[in-house]
Ligand binder design. Structure first.
Ligand code: ATP
Ligand code: MG
Length: 400
């Protein structure tokens, strides 16, 4: 077992002033969750960085898990050594022998946050560089573009030796930025919008509108599966499933066909806003992208958005479909989203929805009917489930 620590660097957290402790606390939770399959590993957080103490767990495998955690700028598997030059030299040589292959070049990067240490940064580079050159035959220095960059960092409590700087997922720790409701369809866009919001630190709860029997049990399962992918990031995710059949039927009866889509969206938004209020969220996230379909023109958004003053976050508003699909593939939701099960909006979609609906018109059509009791009923009959990664797999196993 070569490495005994993983050094975690915070990145953007460090600029967050007084919120710092909260950020570190959330990151610590994310890190613990990410490495829960490595029971011996423990986490130690400090003001400017965090350490995973491997206690015999595999550093490379642990690092692989940590690469996905939001809030980490970079990480390095490392060896912790007492600040004794001879011991440090031994450790440096051991690490180096492990990594070195013939013909490779190297350099030493010394760093000293403990200014009382007897060697300066330059001294460190020379002293340790010399030691390695003397003991590894054929070794060459390349300060510009080395194959191995051996970093020796002198901290107050000890020295850390590492040879790799692995890029983290960046972003902010999940949950550090408050809660928002994600309007989650079975499509490609909304899961991506949810993922990007989580990356900026939001805790996300899903809201899905289902219209059984027009939408099937499989369509519902698809949304649960998508939620499960997002829960991979946060450890768990709450999903609200709103029964929407009665409202959609009523809309078909009450509103002229070319305005049903606009009214449908307005009612979805009103219901989502109620759930947001109930569950302590401060914003609503959608997968809308400007101009993609009739409901996503600026005129449509203007007419739909009027029902609430709650901030609507649209992470994908200026993103092209191909770029959205690329992210969806990366976060493993694309394949699920591509499954063909019908969505409540596709079932009831009018043949020619207004691409430029007028607010006064939709208000006028809606004024003939009091939707409020139906909204209240839908909210009270909403099914709330907590989705945990690996859940559906377990359920499937239980079936056999
Ligand atoms: P998506 O790929 O996310 O389904 P889309 O391009 O198909 O998006 P629309 O169907 O117009 O676009 O939906 C726009 C947004 O409205 C979605 O991104 C989602 O946030 C929300 N939405 C649509 N249908 C539902 C639904 N059944 N339940 C919850 N939210 C929905
Ligand atoms: Mg859709």
């Amino acid at each position: 077992m070569l490495y005994d620590h993983i050094v975690i660097r915070y990145g953007e957290i460090s600029t967050k002033g007084r919120n710092r402790n909260k950020f570190i606390d959330k990151l610590r939770k994310s890190v613990k969750r990410a490495i829960q399959d490595f029971p011996k590993a423990t986490v130690k957080s400090e003001r400017d960085r965090m350490y995973v103490l491997l206690n015999g767990e595999d550093g490379v495998e642990v690092a692989e898990k940590l690469k996905k955690v939001f809030g980490i700028q970079s990480l390095s598997p490392a060896i912790k050594v007492e600040k004794d030059i001879e011991k440090m030299k031994d450790a440096a040589l051991e690490l180096f022998t492990h990594l070195y292959k013939e013909g490779k070049t190297f350099k030493i990067t010394g760093k000293r946050s403990d200014k009382t240490f007897e060697l300066t940064t330059n001294d460190i580079n020379q002293e340790f560089g010399g030691h390695l050159l003397k003991n590894v035959p054929g070794l060459k220095v390349d300060v510009r573009n080395p194959d191995i960059n051996l970093q020796i960092e002198i901290r107050a409590e000890a020295a850390y030796l590492s040879a790799e700087n692995i890029r983290g997922a960046a972003g902010l720790p999940v949950g550090s930025g408050g809660k928002a409701m994600l309007m989650l369809s079975g499509g490609i866009d909304s899961p991506v919008a949810g993922y990007l919001s989580m990356k900026r630190g939001l805790e996300v709860e899903g809201v899905h509108f289902a219209s059984p029997p027009f939408t099937s049990e499989r369509a519902k399962q698809k949304v649960i599966d998508l939620t499960e992918k997002l829960a991979d990031v946060s450890g768990k995710m709450v999903l609200h499933i709103v029964p929407f059949t009665e409202i959609q039927r009523t809309i078909q009866k009450q509103v002229p066909e070319n305005y049903t889509m606009t009214t449908t969206r307005r009612l979805m938004l009103r219901i989502t806003d109620r759930l947001r209020e109930q569950h302590g969220g401060l914003a609503i996230i959608t997968g809308e992208s400007l101009g993609q379909v009739a409901s996503q023109t600026l005129e449509s958004m203007y007419a739909i958005n009027e029902v609430t003053s709650t901030p609507i976050i649209r992470p994908l508003i200026a993103t092209d479909k191909t770029d959205i699909m690329e992210i969806a593939a990366k976060i493993d939701t694309l394949e699920i989203s591509n499954l063909p099960y019908e969505d409540c909006c596709t079932v009831f979609v009018p043949s020619s929805p207004k691409t430029k609906p007028k607010l006064e018109k939709v208000q006028h059509y809606e004024s003939y009917f009091d939707f409020e009791p139906l909204i209240e009923k839908a909210v009270s009959e909403t099914e709330t489930i907590i989705v945990i990664p690996g859940m559906s797999q377990k359920e499937e196993e239980d079936l056999f």
